[in-house]
Design a protein. Structure first.
Length: 552
C-alpha cells in the first residue's frame, strides 16, 4: 500500500473514531441528564426573565453577561414549556460536542490526527466538570468556549473573510458569558504577535467586540454584585495555582468529587511543577516556544485571575463548574507545548490506551455528579409539587427555605411567581399521584413545605371544642396508630397525666415530619387543615401517657 493511501486510511479511521466518540459522549450525557430538572441559577431565568425585555436579556447574572443564554432559554420556554429540562440539555450537549470538534481541529494542526483524537476524548469525558456537562445553565461557559476556539482558529487563517468571521465569533463568545473576555485577550495577543504582518491593522477584530462589551457594562454590567477585594488580589496567585492543579487533576482523572466540588488530590500540584520544568527545558532547547502558546496562556491566566479576584464561598478554584474551562485551557496549552514533536506508533498506542483508561475513570465523577442532581431533582419536584397542592391558600410571597425544603438551591422560588409561570408554561413538579410514589426524602420535605404553605395550624392548649358532627376516636395510652384527618378542624384532647405529643404526615411513610411535643395532659390541641388540591388525608399519631380523644 502506498504511503499516500496509508495516510488517507489513517485520516479516515481517525474521523470515524471521532464521530464515534462524539456519538458516545452524546449518549452518555443525554442518558445521565435524562429525568433531571432545573437547578439553582436556572430558576433565576425561569422566574425573573421568562418575558422578553431589554433588561431581561441584558441584566447581568453575577458578573456575567447572559444575553444569548437568556434568549436560548426564552426560545425553548416558549416552544417546549417548563415541564422538562431536556430541550435545554440537548442544546448544551450540542454546544459541548461542537466545541470538542473544534478542539480536535486545533490540536490536529499542531500535533496530528491521533493526538488530536486523544485530546478530544479527554475533553468529551471530563467527568469532574459534571456541572458543565449536566446542568444546562452552564451553556454560558460552553458557548463562550465554543466561539472562543472558533475565533482562535479563524485568526490563524489570516484572510479577510476569516477575520470578519473571527470578529463575529468573538462577539458571540462574549454574548454567552464574560468568559469571552479571556478569549478577547487571547485574540489581542495573537494579533500583537503578528503586528509586522499587519496584525495591528486587524485590531478591529478584537476591538469591536470589546466596545460592544464596554457598552453593555456601562449600561447594565456595572450593576452586578462585585466581590473584588484587596484580600482576593493578594491571594490570587495561590488561587490560580490551585485552579491549574485542579484542572490537571480533572483531565487526568486524579480528582474525586465531594458534594458540589472536586476534592483536592495530592497529585495535581507536583505534576504541575514537573510539567512546568519540562516545558521550560523544552523552550530553552528550542530557544523559544511556538507562537500559538502565548494567546492560550494569556487566556488561561486571564480566566483564573479574574476568578480569583471575585472569589467567595462557593467559588473555590476546584469547583466543578470551573473545570471544563480549566481542562480546556490545559489541553490547548499542552498542544502548543508539544508542537513539533513526532510521535511514533508505539507512543501513540500507549497514549491511546492511557486516554481510554482516563476517560473510563472520569465517568465515575460524572456519575456521582448525576447522582447529586438526581437527589436535587427529587427535592425540587417534591417541594414544588407541595406548593401546587397548596395553590388555593398559599401566600404569593411564600418562599422556600432550606429548613423546610431540604436544599439550599431553591432560593429563587416565590410561590406567586412560580404558580404564574406554571399557568403559562406547565409544571416540572410531581403531581399528587407521582408524589405518593416519590423517594421518601422528597415526600418528607413535601409534607414540611405543605404545612408551611397551606399553612397548617396547630394551637396547643386551645380550649377549642370538637366541631359539631365530628367523629371522635379514643386512643389508648402510648403511641396511637395513624389516624386519618380530613380538611377542617380537628381536636386532640389529652387525658390528665404526663405531657403528650402529636405527629403529622401526609405523603411521608417513614418519619413524621411535623412534631409538636410537651403538650400538657388535660388540655386540648386544635389542628386546622385547609382544603387543597390533594385528596390524600393527613395522618395523625398521638403520643399520650393516659390516652387521648381525637375528633375530626
Amino acid at each position: 500500500m502506498a504511503a499516500r493511501d496509508r495516510d488517507l486510511l489513517s485520516r479516515n479511521a481517525v474521523l470515524v473514531l471521532l464521530a464515534a466518540l462524539l456519538a458516545a459522549a452524546a449518549v452518555v450525557l443525554l442518558t445521565y441528564g435524562s429525568g433531571l430538572t432545573f437547578f439553582q441559577d436556572s430558576w433565576e431565568f425561569l422566574m425573573h426573565r421568562r418575558h422578553l425585555s431589554v433588561d431581561a436579556v441584558l441584566d447581568p447574572h453575577n458578573e456575567h453577561i447572559v444575553l444569548l443564554p437568556v434568549l436560548i432559554n426564552q426560545a425553548l420556554l416558549q416552544t417546549f414549556g417548563m415541564s422538562s429540562m431536556t430541550p435545554e440539555l440537548v442544546v448544551l450537549v450540542a454546544i459541548l460536542l461542537a466545541a470538542a470538534a473544534l478542539v480536535f481541529v486545533y490540536v490536529r494542526r499542531r500535533l496530528g490526527s491521533w493526538p488530536a483524537l486523544f485530546a478530544t476524548a479527554l475533553l468529551l469525558f471530563l467527568g469532574p466538570a459534571w456541572q458543565d456537562y449536566l446542568w444546562p445553565f452552564q451553556v454560558g461557559f460552553a458557548g463562550s468556549a465554543l466561539f472562543g476556539i472558533a475565533m482562535l482558529l479563524a485568526l490563524e487563517e489570516e484572510d479577510c473573510r476569516w477575520d470578519l468571521a473571527a470578529c463575529g465569533f468573538l462577539t458571540l463568545s462574549m454574548a454567552f458569558s464574560s468568559l469571552g473576555l479571556p478569549f478577547a485577550v487571547a485574540g489581542a495577543v495573537q494579533l500583537l504577535q503578528r503586528r509586522r504582518r499587519g496584525g495591528l491593522r486587524r485590531a478591529w477584530i478584537v476591538g469591536v467586540p470589546l466596545l460592544l462589551y464596554a457598552g453593555w457594562y456601562a449600561g447594565w454590567g456595572h450593576t452586578a454584585e462585585n466581590h473584588f477585594t484587596g484580600h482576593n488580589v493578594l491571594h490570587s496567585p495561590r488561587y490560580v495555582w490551585e485552579g491549574l492543579s485542579a484542572s490537571l487533576d480533572a483531565v487526568l482523572a486524579l480528582g474525586t468529587i465531594a458534594n458540589e466540588v472536586v476534592g483536592r488530590s495530592k497529585w495535581g500540584a507536583p505534576l504541575l511543577i514537573v510539567l512546568l520544568v519540562l516545558a521550560a527545558y523544552r523552550g530553552f532547547r528550542r530557544r523559544g516556544f511556538y507562537p500559538g502558546l502565548w494567546p492560550v496562556l494569556a487566556a488561561a491566566a486571564t480566566f483564573w485571575f479574574l476568578a480569583a479576584f471575585n472569589t467567595m464561598a462557593g467559588r473555590e478554584p476546584y469547583s466543578s463548574r470551573y473545570l471544563y474551562v480549566g481542562g480546556l485551557f490545559a489541553i490547548l496549552l499542552a498542544a502548543n507545548l508539544l508542537q513539533g514533536i513526532r510521535f511514533d506508533r508505539r507512543v501513540l498506542l500507549v497514549a491511546g490506551a492511557l486516554t481510554a483508561v482516563v476517560a473510563v475513570f472520569n465517568l465515575v465523577p460524572l456519575r456521582e455528579g448525576r447522582d447529586f442532581f438526581k437527589k436535587q431533582t427529587v427535592l425540587t419536584r417534591a417541594d414544588l409539587g407541595a406548593i401546587e397542592i397548596a395553590e388555593r391558600t398559599v401566600e404569593p410571597s411564600f418562599v422556600l427555605t432550606p429548613e423546610i425544603d431540604g436544599t439550599v438551591f431553591l432560593n429563587e422560588i416565590e410561590a406567586g411567581n412560580y404558580l404564574q409561570a406554571v399557568s403559562e408554561h406547565g409544571s416540572p413538579a410531581y403531581d399528587p399521584a407521582e408524589l405518593v410514589t416519590a423517594p421518601e426524602e422528597g415526600r418528607y420535605h413535601a409534607d414540611l413545605v405543605l404545612a408551611n404553605a397551606l399553612p397548617l395550624g396547630i394551637e396547643p392548649e386551645s380550649g377549642v371544642a370538637p366541631p359539631p358532627g365530628a367523629r371522635c376516636t379514643r386512643t389508648p395510652p402510648g403511641s396511637s396508630r395513624p389516624i386519618p384527618l380530613h380538611p377542617g378542624t380537628a381536636t386532640v384532647q389529652f387525658a390528665p397525666g404526663g405531657p403528650g405529643a402529636v405527629r403529622l404526615r401526609r405523603f411521608a411513610v417513614g418519619e413524621y415530619p411535623l412534631v409538636t411535643e410537651d403538650l400538657a395532659g388535660g388540655t386540648t390541641t386544635a389542628l386546622y387543615i385547609p382544603r387543597d388540591r390533594s385528596q390524600r388525608p393527613w395522618r395523625l399519631q398521638v403520643d399520650a401517657p393516659r390516652g387521648a380523644t381525637v375528633c375530626n
